[in-house]
Design a protein around this ligand. Structure first.
Ligand code: C2O
Ligand code: CU
Ligand code: CU
Length: 535
């Protein structure tokens, strides 16, 4: 094993670091990079979302979208949003074969929806841009869980307002269980050896308050912050047993790609991605996870060494250039793992095989379609220039681009006066050149059909995501999909181009089409989304 040198492990966000007044964020951003420095700063115990197991409560589950305050650091209480809490939401553990009475209450002052990202359910039970819940109302879908075990998630999806609502805290994990993890001998003890890691990046004001950068520039590239959060915590430390531990990773960021690597490059044994277990574990040392994607990995901590998980900077190669996960770049600590306990008896079991994969039936595909994920730069040029000029005159620095900062703390987040969204600014992005239009159907197919979709990105890498269907990645940038991208997925990072085989099994009901879109949430809100119906 090679060790990443002291020189290459540096602080998180460089830009804006000096603006973070309070001690913890400041310390994180000033890490010199030695293992001891990281251990001194990464001391916040990793928070665990509360676990709601449907079977413990007769499969009657209630969650509330609500406002609250969250102290991301000492002293500074940010206004945030959460599900049944002040930031993020509980892990919902649901079981295959069960029907769950789900109640979602909207305690916000604006419309929301809840989308079950990755859940295969008819469209009238899923809150895409449809199934809006008005303030004070409840929505009650009856969800029949019928798909293999997987780590899914839920988040709001109201038309044009997804980015702000997710950014301020509305997101949670949804586990589908079917007993396979137990029969495979995988770790299943929630929060002990089966640990959720919700990865996000956030911006903070000089006072340490959560702030959302919705400047035109941030919307164009997706809004990013310089501080990394895991389960809502800055600089967390996870105590784990000294053995094999299962980590369930969700990229819950609005726009940032994480490129994860352990400081000593130890193997990550990928056992599952978006929609379930792989046929066999795939061992890698660097894992790129795009917004919306999930991976489950097994990591062997039986050497009992305290070790940080790092991320390389998000500089995924743009379309048409050679993609590289080049090591040797500066990496930032994300979370510190501190193994504890009896090392001798440590579990070191990593299965050789996982689940049987359905064979790829490419020849059976009913048709081919192509979709371009389109930033529509030319169309937005004038709007972005105008917005930047306004920013520059307001801030007087001529740099522009920061007008969105702090708006969210001047009012309750989620209100329309927390700065304009991309849609409100007039920024338009699209698929095949057309911004999302709820009145236009972009594709029609029959339940049971499969199709080959050719996806292309313009201007930058876009994470493509589809509702109500799963797919297999046939090729990425002209090469076969790597092992850890095999199996059923619902989100894939398209740097240049991808070919996927999509399987449509869900009914579109009650004139509520399913959507597909870029999972950079600012792009989605600006219209990089389209919709389909099945019959
Ligand atoms: Cu995770 Cu349409 O979203
Ligand atoms: Cu989704
Ligand atoms: Cu995009």
């Amino acid at each position: 094993m090679t060790t990443i040198s002291r020189r290459t492990i540096i602080a998180s966000g460089i830009v804006g670091a000096s603006a973070l007044g309070a001690s913890l964020l400041f310390a994180v951003n000033r890490l010199s990079g030695s293992a001891r420095d990281i251990a001194e700063v990464f001391t916040t115990p990793l928070p665990l979302p509360s676990l709601i197991d449907g079977r413990d409560i007769g499969n009657v589950v209630t969650i509330e979208a609500t406002t609250g305050t969250t102290k991301f650091q000492q002293g500074a209480a940010s206004r945030t949003l959460g599900y049944s809490g002040s930031y993020l939401g509980p892990v919902l553990r649901l079981h295959r074969g069960d029907t769950v009475t789900m109640t979602v209450a909207n305690k916000l002052d604006r419309q929301t929806t809840v989308h079950w990202h990755g859940l295969l359910t008819p469209s009238d039970l899923d809150g895409g841009p449809y199934n809006a819940i008005e303030p004070g109302d409840v929505w009650q879908p009856f969800l029949t869980i019928d798909q293999p075990a997987a780590t899914l998630w839920y988040h709001p999806h109201p038309h044009g307002d997804t980015a702000r609502q997710v950014y301020h805290g509305l997101a949670g994990l949804l586990y589908v269980e079917d007993g396979s993890a137990q029969s495979l001998g995988l770790p299943t003890n929630y929060g002990v050896d089966d640990i959720p890691l919700i990865l996000q990046d956030r911006a903070f004001s000089a006072e340490g308050l959560l702030s959302y950068d919705n400047s035109a520039a941030a919307i164009q590239h997706g809004s990013r912050g310089t501080t990394l959060l895991v389960n809502g915590a800055v600089a967390p430390r996870a105590e784990v047993p000294a053995g094999v531990v299962r980590l369930r990773l969700l990229n819950g960021a609005n726009a940032r790609n994480f490129r994860l690597v352990f400081a000593d490059r130890r193997s990550m044994h990928v056992i599952a991605n978006d929609n379930g277990f792989l046929a066999a574990p795939a061992a890698i040392d660097t894992l790129t996870i795009a917004p919306g994607e999930r991976y489950e990995i097994l990591v062997d901590f039986s050497d009992a060494k305290t070790i940080p998980l790092l991320t390389y900077p998000d500089n995924i190669a743009p379309p048409g250039t050679v993609a590289s996960d080049s090591p040797g770049e500066p990496a930032t600590p994300v979370v510190l793992f501190a193994p504890k306990g009896p090392v001798k008896s440590a579990n070191q079991y990593i299965p050789k095989r996982l689940v049987d994969a359905e064979p790829l039936a490419v020849a059976a595909a009913a048709r081919r379609r192509s979709f371009v994920l389109d930033g529509m730069a030319a169309a937005n040029d004038a709007i972005i220039k105008r917005a930047n000029a306004m920013d520059a005159s307001r801030t007087g620095n001529g740099m522009g681009g920061m007008s969105g900062m702090d708006h969210s703390q001047m009012s309750m987040p989620g209100k329309s006066n927390d700065g304009p969204s991309g849609l409100e600014l007039g920024i338009r992005m699209g698929i095949n050149g057309a911004p999302f239009d709820m009145a236009r159907i972009d594709a029609e197919m029959k339940v049971g059909e499969t199709e080959i979709w050719e996806l292309r990105s313009t201007e930058m890498a876009h994470p493509f995501h589809i509702h109500g269907a799963s797919f297999r990645v046939l090729s990425l940038d002209g090469a076969p999909a790597p092992e850890h991208l095999k199996g059923d997925k619902d989100t894939v990072l398209v740097r240049d181009k991808a070919e996927i085989l999509v399987s449509f099994k869900q009914k579109v009901e009650a004139e509520k089409p399913f959507v597909f879109h870029c999972h950079i949430l600012e792009h989605e809100d600006a219209g990089m989304m389209a919709q389909y119906v099945t019959s």
